[in-house]
Design a protein around this ligand. Structure first.
Ligand code: SAH
Length: 363
């Protein structure tokens, strides 16, 4: 039996109960989109860092091992990945740490993933390891932990507030007379958070907040503050809060209109790293970064890993390996727009790659 396409379900919902928020739209679209299974890679819609170069997951693996040692090498600890995609990052992480004494024996692996299709792909990629899946981070068992999340927060829904004549309105998605999805602004008393540059905002200016991202950051940070450990988040976004509509849809490696085919394109928004840092700090975590991904990967030794990997390879293979690494670190590729931020128990005074940026920027 085929379920009705998401566009029909949403049309009926809006016709019956009225316009829905951008967050409701994004949540419904992404649940349907990721539910389809393998959407990644050259043959899919978009390519992520672990799919571009194995060095990404390997260096994150070494970061996890060093962090685990700094935590006092707890046995066991929860090694958690949120939004693991194809399982490539975790697979590379585990291969790179295989010889770190005691790390694999202590690592109790938990994956937070809502898509059944992606869970199956992850199970295959990680078939040599015992793994447990969760619908949300909250059900990961207590205890010291290390959390990794790459391009996870950008997929969580955002609400948008728009400057209108009468103050601020919430951007909603409604229907026009032909039944097409359209944006409308619904006046609201006040936005739930202070809006930066609110006084200078021109009509039509947009400010985004992600309550889902804030909830996740708060829960992870509280867990870290209580049980010890750290989280590493890598994603694209901005360090300073600013006005701007950043919701975008990507399909087959190109931008796609956000409202044109719900559930058939990847919907993401820039991560607001200032909000992440603030929420984590309030919840009791020490914050490291955010730092540009290119800078962080260089500090972790990506160039040295590139040399090792290329040695003894044919010129063509070495060129491909080099091209992947450059894509991760070059400022005009992913090196600048992508950032990393770490949240840690206050007893961890420094973390690999962040040493020079230790907590003083955000304390
Ligand atoms: N980290 C992977 C995949 C990034 S895409 C990589 O770098 O390649 C986003 C991932 O988050 C997918 O695995 C998607 O299914 C998952 N995801 C999206 N929304 C989610 C949610 N609300 N809860 C759990 N997983 C979610």
């Amino acid at each position: 039996m085929n379920a009705a396409p998401l566009s029909e379900t949403l049309r009926q919902r809006i016709a019956t109960t009225g316009p829905i928020s951008v967050a409701e739209y994004m949540a419904a679209c992404n649940a349907a989109y990721y539910g389809r299974g393998d959407v990644f890679g050259v043959g899919g819609d978009f390519v992520t860092a672990p799919e571009i170069s194995q060095t990404f997951g390997e260096l994150i693996g070494l970061w996890c091992a060093v962090t685990w040692q700094a935590m006092g090498a707890p046995y066991p600890f929860r090694l958690v990945e949120c939004g693991p995609g194809r399982g490539t990052l975790m697979k590379d992480l585990l291969r790179a740490t295989a010889r770190v004494s005691g790390f694999h024996a202590a690592a109790d692996i938990h994956l937070v993933e809502t898509s059944p299709g992606l869970r199956a792909i992850q199970a295959h990629a990680l078939e040599d390891h015992h793994t447990t899946w969760h619908d949300s981070f909250a059900s990961v068992p207590n205890g010291p932990l290390i959390v990794v999340a790459n391009e996870f927060l950008d997929a969580l829904p955002v609400r948008q507030f728009e400057r209108i004549a009468a103050g601020w309105g919430e951007r909603m998605i409604g229907l026009n007379e032909s039944g097409d999805f359209i944006f409308t602004a619904q006046p609201c008393q006040a936005a739930p958070v202070p809006i930066p540059q609110a006084a200078e905002a021109e009509p039509g200016a947009v400010f985004e907040i992600s309550e889902a991202a804030a909830d996740w950051v708060r829960t992870v940070s509280e867990r870290i503050a209580r049980h010890g450990g750290a989280a590493l988040i890598a994603d694209y976004g901005h360090k300073t809060q600013a006005l701007g509509d950043t919701v975008q849809a990507v399909r087959r490696h190109s931008f796609h209109p956000v409202l044109s085919s719900p559930g058939e394109a990847d919907l993401t928004a820039h991560v607001d790293f200032a909000a992440v840092a603030q929420t984590a700090g309030k919840a009791g975590a020490r914050v490291f970064g955010p730092l540009e991904q290119g800078v962080w990967l260089r500090r972790l030794g990506i160039q040295m890993r590139l040399t090792q990997l290329s040695t003894g390879k044919s010129a063509a293979v070495a060129r491909d390996i080099g091209a992947g690494v450059r894509r991760l670190i070059e400022p005009d590729a992913m090196g600048l727009l992508f950032k990393v931020i770490a949240l840690a128990h206050p007893s961890l005074a420094s973390l690999e790659g962040f040493a020079q940026d230790a907590a003083h920027d955000h304390s």
